[in-house]
Design a protein around this ligand. Structure first.
Ligand code: C2E
Ligand code: CA
Ligand code: CA
Ligand code: CA
Length: 278
């Protein structure tokens, strides 16, 4: 601002380096990005290990900034969270994903879509009714939608389960515990969660080829999930070797660069067509 002109360059640099100020810069850009069409969703396939079938896609938010280029979700989701833009972002991704799901029904009627939620969305009591309205609007069955929430996000303050989780579950929506293994919840807590899917965090999946400890963790999570009749998904699968290990263990579904990177909608449609041509 004009007041700081005389204080010079020093102040400017300090301000730029502070995360909150950078965030404020990105915040006004993010607000504008919705209308400017800079936001998009990419889709990454989830594949069954026994018969290599496409069962669904994870929807991943993308922001192409006009001067910074692609901003990583890890950088702009916190911005959305701090600036009251989170619900707008979540609704955007849900609408994109659901409209694609109904569009792709002609090619693959069973394809499910998974959308990531920030833990704080679970404190929004109106969120379940929004999701119900959107499912209705896009004519998508609730059972085709999975909401992915990190382990810590599912266990709110005081160890209590957020009320919205049960309401989402009652609508027939599937819930997945994301990044499993990275959080601090106890294994026994898993039993009390209304989730039907566990996603093993990619750090363990990527470590299992070289690290005995990671391998043991993945094996334990797969066993645990089967015991609780939950679907178990390995994320971050990059190699054939990891894939065959996971198949041996009885993991249900895999997702990762080995199959495909997250793709823009048109490229994902081309990928699907190439798969069914084989
Ligand atoms: P996540 O939910 O754990 O998503 C998986 C991340 O792993 C994605 O990163 C994906 O591109 C990446 N990935 C997938 N397969 C591989 C692989 O084989 N190797 C490696 N190295 N990486 C792989 P991305 O798209 O950068 O998203 C990062 C995180 O941002 C997500 O992690 C999720 O927590 C968050 N995120 C993305 N979109 C949304 C959104 O719409 N809402 C919310 N709340 N969070 C989102
Ligand atoms: Ca996820
Ligand atoms: Ca993850
Ligand atoms: Ca994550």
């Amino acid at each position: 601002s004009a007041k700081n002109v005389t204080s010079g360059v020093q102040v400017y640099n300090v301000a730029l380096e502070s995360g909150s100020v950078r965030r404020l810069g990105l915040a006004s850009d993010l607000r504008r990005a919705f209308d400017a069409g800079e936001l998009d969703v990419h889709y990454q396939p989830k594949i069954t290990l026994t018969d290599r079938r496409l069962v669904g896609v994870e929807c991943l938010a993308r922001w192409h900034h006009p001067t910074h280029g692609d901003v990583a979700p890890e950088d702009f989701i916190p911005v959305a969270e701090h600036t009251g833009l989170l619900s707008r972002l979540t609704e955007f991704v849900l609408r994109e994903g659901l409209s694609r799901a109904s569009e792709w029904s002609e090619q693959n009627s069973a394809i499910g879509i998974a959308v990531n939620l920030s833990p704080r969305t679970l404190t929004d009591a109106d969120f379940p009714s929004l999701v119900a309205r959107l499912l209705d609007e896009y004519h998508v069955d609730a059972g085709r939608l999975t909401l992915e929430i990190t382990e810590d996000g599912m266990v709110s303050a005081g160890g209590k389960m957020p009320h919205t989780l049960q309401r989402l579950r009652d609508l027939g929506i599937r819930l997945a515990v994301d990044d499993f293994g990275k959080g601090y919840s106890s294994l026994s807590y898993l039993r009390n969660l209304p989730a039907s899917e566990i996603k093993i965090d990619k750090s363990f999946v990527q470590g299992m080829a070289t690290d005995e400890g990671d391998l043991a963790i993945v094996r334990a999570v797969v066993d645990l999930a089967r015991h609780f009749h939950m679907t178990v998904v390995a994320e971050g699968v990059e190699s054939e070797m990891t894939l065959s290990h996971l198949t041996e263990m009885g993991c249900d579904i895999a997702q990762g660069f080995y199959f495909s990177r997250p793709l823009a909608a048109d490229r994902f449609v081309a990928w699907m067509a190439a798969q069914s041509a084989d």
